[in-house]
Design a protein around this ligand. Structure first.
Ligand code: BTN
Length: 233
């Protein structure tokens, strides 16, 4: 599936480059990989530290639906690091966590034309051997530290793409219901009390779980599709 690969030693952001390629008609499966990024970003435009030694890449996708896609990409990451004996969990909607610290982040940026998905750029950031800066050490971790030895970034890239492709084929055929059960099993916060920050304000409640469409549901019945932040209490 990933036949067209664009490699960079350094780039501003693989997501920006992939978006540019997608806008020029790049086919599904186009991949942008960089050794480091000078302007890596996460959700809500937050800075994503991406020095050399990590896995930074973006995929151009043209799926029939984007529902569940970020969770699917997170599940592929949980399965990838499990091969190294690392048990990670998904913190809805897009964080891959180990022991309360962030190991990886997924970022889907899409262009929709009416109901139709024109393209999705799916950014994948995995802390592998890249040193974690002092100021984020309490909230981020890398695979080197978790496994006690440096890891092969290229091997991880291929392993991730394999897991991704397997799930994505099912996503294309059946949508999120093909894997949402597996996502629920590795979600971090079910039953936990959280504070949810959205553009409209702040709410608190107990998480009931993830809906079939991949949204977050609270015990009071409220359903969230897009949030600024979910903070465990
Ligand atoms: C998040 O946690 O909010 C998502 C982080 C996504 C980071 C990756 S690194 C490769 C790609 N390029 C970017 O600028 N961001 C994504």
């Amino acid at each position: 599936m990933f036949v067209e690969v664009h490699r960079f030693r350094e780039i501003d952001s693989t997501n920006l480059k992939a978006r540019e390629l997608a806008q020029r008609g790049a086919p599904e499966g186009t991949l942008v990989v960089a050794q480091s990024q000078s302007a890596g970003h996460g959700r809500k435009g937050r800075l994503w530290h991406s020095g050399s030694g990590g896995l930074w890449m973006s995929l151009v996708l043209r799926p029939p639906t984007i529902e569940g896609l970020t969770l699917m990409a997170s599940l592929a990451m949980v399965r990838t690091v499990a091969e190294l004996g690392v048990t990670a969990r998904i913190r809805w909607p897009n964080d891959v966590m180990v022991g309360g610290r962030k190991l990886a982040g997924l970022l889907a940026e899409s262009l929709l034309l009416g109901d139709r998905v024109e393209f999705v750029v799916l950014g994948v950031g995995l802390n592998v051997n890249n040193p974690i800066e002092e100021e984020i050490r309490a909230i981020a971790i890398n695979l080197h530290e978790l496994t006690g030895s440096p890891q092969d970034v290229e091997r991880l890239r291929l392993a991730y793409l394999e897991h991704f492709e397997e799930l994505y084929t099912r996503h294309r055929a059946q949508g999120a219901r093909a894997y949402i059960g597996d996502v629920r099993e590795v979600c971090e916060l079910s039953g936990r009390r959280v504070r949810i920050e959205t553009a409209d304000g702040v709410a608190e409640g107990l998480i009931r779980g993830i809906t079939d469409a991949g949204s977050l549901e609270l015990e009071d019945g409220a359903i969230y599709h897009a949030v600024e932040r979910v903070v465990p209490l």
